[in-house]
Design a protein around this ligand. Sequence first.
Ligand SMILES: Nc1nc2c(ncn2[C@@H]2O[C@H](COP(=O)(O)OP(=O)(O)OP(=O)(O)O)[C@@H](O)[C@H]2O)c(=O)[nH]1
Length: 354
Amino acid sequence: MSETDRTAPADGAESPGTPFRAGFAVLVGRPNAGKSTLTNALVGQKVAITSNRPQTTRHTIRGIVHRPEGQLVLVDTPGLHRPRTLLGQRLNDLVADTLAEVDVIGFCVPANEKIGPGDRFIAQQLAASGNKPVVAIVTKTDTVSRAELTEQLLAVTELGRSVMAEERAARAERAEKAARKPRHRAAAHSPRPETGEPGWADVIPVSAVDGFQVEALARLLVERMPESPPLYPDGELTDEPEMTMVAELVREAALEGVRDELPHSLAVVVEEMVPREGRPADRPLLDVRVNVYVERQSQKAIIIGKGGARLREIGTRSRTAIEALLGTKVYLDLHVKVAKEWQRDPKQLSRLGF
Ligand SMILES: Nc1nc2c(ncn2[C@@H]2O[C@H](COP(=O)(O)OP(=O)(O)OP(=O)(O)O)[C@@H](O)[C@H]2O)c(=O)[nH]1
C-alpha cells in the first residue's frame, strides 16, 4: 500500500488541529464475557460470531471502528484460558501474540457474574504482560441493578489495583535479586521505577445489547491510539477471510443445543467455495464444501442426529447465515468426519488452521 493511500479520510470530518489516531485494540476476558457481542456493537455490524456457548471464537476476527477522530482495529481473541490441552496452549499463545501487537487492551468482565479465579488469572496475565494500557470493561450492564453495577465496578477496580500492585512488587523483587548478582549489576540500573497508583488505565461499564456507553468506550479506546493516518480504507469492516467466517457460521450452528463438552472437540474447515458454472448472471449459486471434524464416532452421531435430522438442521441454519453474509444463494455440502485426538496432535492442528 502506498503512502498516499494511507492519508486522512476524504470526508475531512475531523476538526483541524486534532490529530487523527489509529491503531489496534484487543478485547480479552473469560469465555462468555461478551467480547464478540461488544465487538459487533462497536463495529456496528455482525462480524464476530456469537453464541451462548463458551469458546465459539477460535479465530482472530478483526472489526474496524471508523470514527471522525480515529480508527480502531479491533481484534477479537478467544477466551484466555488456563492451558489444559495443546489446543488450550495454542489459544494462549495466540492471545500472547495478540497482546504484544496491540496499543490498548480491553479486559471484559460481565456485570452479572461474581469475579472468579478465571478473571483473576487473566488479570494477572495482563498485569504481567507489560506496559500496554488496560481498560477494564464491565459488560452486560443491562442485566443488573444500579447497586449491583456499582458493586461490580468497585470489585473490578480493586482487582486491577491488587494484580498491578502484586506485579509491581514482583518486578521490584526481581530487579533487586538481579542487582545482587554481580554480572547483572549493570542491567539492574536500567528499569525505571514505577510511579503512580497501580491499577487499570480506565474502568467503564457498557451494554452491547442496549448500547449503553458503547460510543463512550469507542472514544476512550481511540484516545489511546497513537497518532496515525487510517490503517484501513473507510467502510472496510473486517479483513477476516470469508472462508473463516463461513467456518465460524457452520461451527455456531453445529454447537447449537448440544452437550457442553462438544465445543472443545469440534473444528470446521471450509474446503472449497466456488461459483457454480452455467448459472444465469442474475442468479448465481455458490458451491460451499465444508468438513466438520469431531474426535470420536460418538460425537459424530450427536452431530448427525437421528436419521440425519440434526445435520439437516445444521445445514439449513448455516446455509441461511452464509447466504446472508455473502449475499448470494449457496449450495452447502456438509460432511462430518472423525479426526482422532486432533486437539493433541500438532500436525492435525495446523492442518485445521490452528
Ligand atoms: N444481556 C446482555 N447479554 C449479553 C451482552 N453481551 C453479550 N451478551 C450475551 O452473553 C453471551 C456471550 O456473549 P459473547 O459475545 O459470545 O461472549 P464472548 O466473550 O465473545 O464469548 P467466547 O467467544 O466464548 O469467548 C451471549 O449469549 C450474548 O448474547 C449484553 O450487553 N447484555
